[in-house]
Design a protein around this ligand. Structure first.
Ligand code: ZN
Length: 271
């Protein structure tokens, strides 16, 4: 495990528990830390198949300029203020419009090959978690687009595509992410072999990001894994949240959805 400390937070390559949703991730504040230069940070940051940098475990930071913005935000981050929390961009909730939230279309790439059925099933299970909490969110699988399932396919809102790296299981995007970067990348082998983390819960976590939800463990109550302050709380802190990495002082063993998660999605999108 290689780690680079960054100011009040730490950035490092972590395949925590062998189950990390992605690497690198951000870990706890520690004393005596040193701040890496941007070049050191960049060199330590994973890029996936579409050359996007991955930060906070499984969130895309875009390409060079975006990664620089992320780095600057991290270095400049204040101590965190005091569930489910929604990402904010410029202080505004990062969420879909009410109309779009009812029409979240996606394809699942044929490039998954013999693993595609597993991914389709896991997506269905993950979708069901959020749709079961509110009628204001509706995902629709569009298999007719699976043969050309990329970020360039404008017939769907987002694509679900395989990633070749085994350094993480999956990664997603936020509602504010540009269409050209709006995909969920999945390592189908890791998806099916992550112990107590079921495939449906893993993709449920990723779909939480696509709805705007941040990692619950960035909240100060976690005491570790701080990311940044660009979020707004929707519920009290929930250490068992589907959006809380178990390895970040979480309490869930299977990444399942909690009643608090369900309350959180209703708080953002309605019930
Ligand atoms: Zn995540």
């Amino acid at each position: 495990m290689k780690r680079i400390r960054l100011g009040a937070i730490a950035l490092g390559s972590v395949a925590a528990l062998g189950l990390g949703l992605a690497a690198p991730s951000i870990a706890a504040p520690e004393s005596g830390t040193t701040v890496p230069t941007y070049q050191e940070f960049k060199a330590s940051t994973l890029q996936d198949i579409d050359k996007q940098y991955i930060v906070n475990g499984d969130e895309p930071a875009g390409t060079n300029a975006d990664l620089r913005d992320f780095y600057d935000r991290m270095v400049g981050a204040d101590a965190p203020i005091n569930g489910l929390i929604v990402n904010t961009v410029g202080g505004v909730d990062d969420k879909w419009s009410a109309t779009q939230a009812l029409n979240l279309t996606y394809c699942v790439s044929n490039k998954f090959g013999t693993s595609k059925t597993n991914v389709v099933n896991a997506m269905n299970q993950g979708v069901a978690l959020w749709e079961g909490a509110t009628s204001k969110v509706n995902f629709t699988y569009v298999p007719a687009q699976d043969a050309s399932c990329t970020t360039r396919n404008n017939a769907v809102l987002f694509s679900v595509e395989p990633t070749n790296t085994t350094q993480y299981i999956a990664r997603a995007f936020f509602p504010s992410t540009a269409k050209r970067s709006r995909n969920v990348l999945v390592n189908a082998t890791s998806l099916m072999s992550s112990g107590s983390w079921t495939p449906g819960n893993i993709l449920g976590h990723e779909l939480g990001h696509t709805l705007g939800f941040r990692h619950e463990h960035t909240r100060p109550e976690a005491g570790t894994c701080f990311e940044d302050n660009n979020w707004r709380p929707l519920t009290p802190y929930d250490k068992a949240s589907i959006m809380h990495y178990p390895q970040c002082n979480g309490s869930s063993s299977d990444l399942s959805m909690t009643d608090t998660d369900r309350a959180g999605v209703r708080a953002l999108y309605g019930s």
